[in-house]
Design a protein. Structure first.
Length: 287
């Protein structure tokens, strides 16, 4: 992108940010945010909150906030933008939009898994005859379909506190014996897990998980200390299934838009011969 186009795009984003802040400010009243109005409502010439009131709530200078609403070039830290979101009583969608306008990564809200399970179960079931499963932020299994159970393993048979992809990879001996290239796959998942841990430094469950996995698996301990970070890349794995023999599976990762902290993994056979084998695990004979 040429410098002029980039500067024009940045100016357009600042203008949009300014307009967004003005619009949200206009939709609030002092009583909405616990402030005592400065003057009687009938005498207030400003619709909604005044700039001074927003600045007071967000604990920023009036001048700085005024410049922001004017579309000027000013720096805005993550902490300040989040403070403005709280001051303007933004919901999660508007907060995410505000961060995007400010050039920040949008916060990913955590999914209330229990309420999402029926919908997610329908999603993995429609992926049949291929194996599909959904994991949460901690790589815990949320839902899985019948093909996953018969081709890979049954998460329901795992202890509830270890119903987790990391525990399957590093704690279940059958995973190593059935998966060709186990080390490469385990390292890849551990690298993605390490990235998730770094993005949620205040999540107290992650350190507890890491401590238990380090105690349980020498490989996890050694590789974790290497501080690996590697985001998902297209990959294939080979599974030696006791009933249908070896099959090669291509891995796909998908995130539901409404649950961006969840991850769906679909495992699709690469060649037609393997697709026929996998279909036989869930389709009645003769179909």
């Amino acid at each position: 992108m040429a410098r002029g186009d980039r500067e024009q795009g940045q100016a357009a984003r600042r203008d949009e940010l300014a307009a967004f802040l003005r619009a949200r400010r206009a939709q609030l009243r002092p009583a909405d945010v616990g402030l005592t109005p400065h003057g009687e409502p009938a005498l207030r010439r400003t619709p909604g909150l005044r700039r001074e009131e927003v600045a007071e709530l967000a604990k920023v200078s009036v001048t700085w906030y005024t410049w922001l609403e004017q579309g000027r070039t000013v720096s805005a830290s993550e902490q300040v933008i989040d403070a403005l979101a709280r001051a303007l009583r933004l919901d999660s969608d508007h907060h995410r939009h505000l961060r995007g306008l400010a050039g920040l990564t949008a916060p990913v809200p955590l999914t209330a898994v229990d309420g999402a399970v029926p919908r997610l179960q329908r999603l993995v079931d429609v992926a049949l005859p291929w194996a599909a499963s959904v994991y949460d932020l901690h790589f815990d299994y949320v839902v899985w379909n019948a093909c996953y159970t018969r081709l890979r393993h049954d998460p329901a048979a795992m202890p509830a506190d270890r119903r987790n992809l990391l525990w399957y990879l590093f704690g279940d001996p059958s995973c190593r014996t059935t998966m060709g290239g186990w080390e490469s796959a385990a390292r890849a998942v551990l690298s993605q897990f390490r990235s998730a841990v770094g993005q949620r430094p205040d999540d107290h469950r992650f350190p507890a998980m890491v401590a238990r996995l380090r105690d349980a698996s020498p490989e996890f301990r050694d590789w974790w200390d290497e501080h690996p970070i590697r985001y998902f890349r297209p990959a294939t794995i080979t599974i030696a299934h006791p009933g249908i023999g070896a099959v090669e599976l291509e891995m796909f990762q998908v995130r539901p838009v409404e649950h961006a902290d969840l991850l769906m993994v679909v495992q699709v056979p690469v060649v037609e011969a393997d697709r026929a084998k996998v279909r036989s695990l869930t389709e009645p004979a003769g179909t």
